[in-house]
Design a binder for this molecule. Structure first.
Ligand code: 5RP
Length: 223
């Protein structure tokens, strides 16, 4: 199976976690796009979604799925999203699509995080994928030095040769060279550096379940 087919497989499998009659939290990325397409087949059974990005909102609306403001609704039963890496504890690195801040907000509003990923995302320890960090631009140089002091190399993410601007009007640093041995402590520490909007470690908002697309089918991992 191709990676694209594995993404479609887990996107479809995630439908079983959508609670009929309830609003669902929706993440961002190519795997989530497969989920959104599958969700359209049951759109008459849910009021709609809370979305984690402009891109997902546009896709949901184009398929006739209403999108609610996160402030208009209470706790969500489930949040479904992809990951760039997931470890054996359900801790993740996210933000490859630059949507990490809103993803963490919707994840925090949800009782259960269901991660959908193909098996290439499974790692023993987080740190292989460059760690995305959303930052306030005036703090970029200092935050880069703080990562250097930890042994990491931070680079501003570019789009068309200029710094990428997130849905929140901020920049992304991608940090290489770090192995995250204690993701909970790392997330807590980096999140309190002035100018950091969100670090792309999802340890406090870890997955409860991962639907992993493998060549032999969907494996359900629980944490
Ligand atoms: C976006 C994300 C995505 O969930 C992550 O990048 C995985 O994306 P894909 O499903 O395209 O591999 O965190 O900010």
């Amino acid at each position: 199976m191709t990676q694209d087919e594995l993404k479609a497989l887990v996107g479809q499998a995630a439908l079983q976690y959508v609670v009929p009659g309830e609003i669902v939290g929706v993440g961002t990325g190519s795997t989530v796009n497969k989920f959104i397409d599958a969700l359209a087949t049951m759109k008459d059974r849910i009021p709609g979604a809370v979305s984690s990005s402009v891109a997902s909102t546009e896709r949901l609306r184009a398929l006739g799925i209403p999108v609610f403001d996160s402030n208009e609704v209470g706790e969500l039963s489930v949040y479904i999203d992809g990951a760039d890496e997931i470890d054996p504890n359900g801790f993740m690195v996210k933000g490859g699509g630059a949507a990490l801040t809103r993803e963490k907000i919707v994840a925090a509003q949800s009782r259960r995080f269901v991660c959908i990923a193909d098996e290439s995302k499974l790692v023993e320890a987080l740190g292989r994928f460059p760690l995305p960090v959303e930052v306030i631009p005036m703090a970029t140089a200092r935050i880069t030095r703080q990562f250097a002091a930890m042994g990491g190399t931070a680079k501003v993410r570019l789009k068309d040769g200029v710094p990428l601007v997130t849905d929140n009007g901020q920049h992304i640093l991608d940090v290489t060279g770090l192995t995250l041995r204690d993701p909970l402590a790392f997330e807590s520490e980096v999140n309190q550096w002035p100018g950091v909007v969100t670090v792309g470690v999802f340890a406090h908002q870890k997955a409860a379940i991962c639907l992993l697309g493998t060549s032999t089918g969907v494996k359900t991992l629980t944490y």
